[in-house]
Design a protein. Sequence first.
Length: 55
Amino acid sequence: MVPKLRQPAAGDLVASVREFILATDPAVTEAIKWQAPTFMYKGNIASSFPSRRKP
């Protein structure tokens, strides 16, 4: 039988990704654009639209 793996809480995952991106370079910044967290370095790098799926 395959054990059921614990899924990280969505908030924990988003916080970990945010910390990782911001730690890559002190020049990387973040802002809210288009109602979404956006990471920037000399322009936009990525926007994130975290959401939960309904089970």
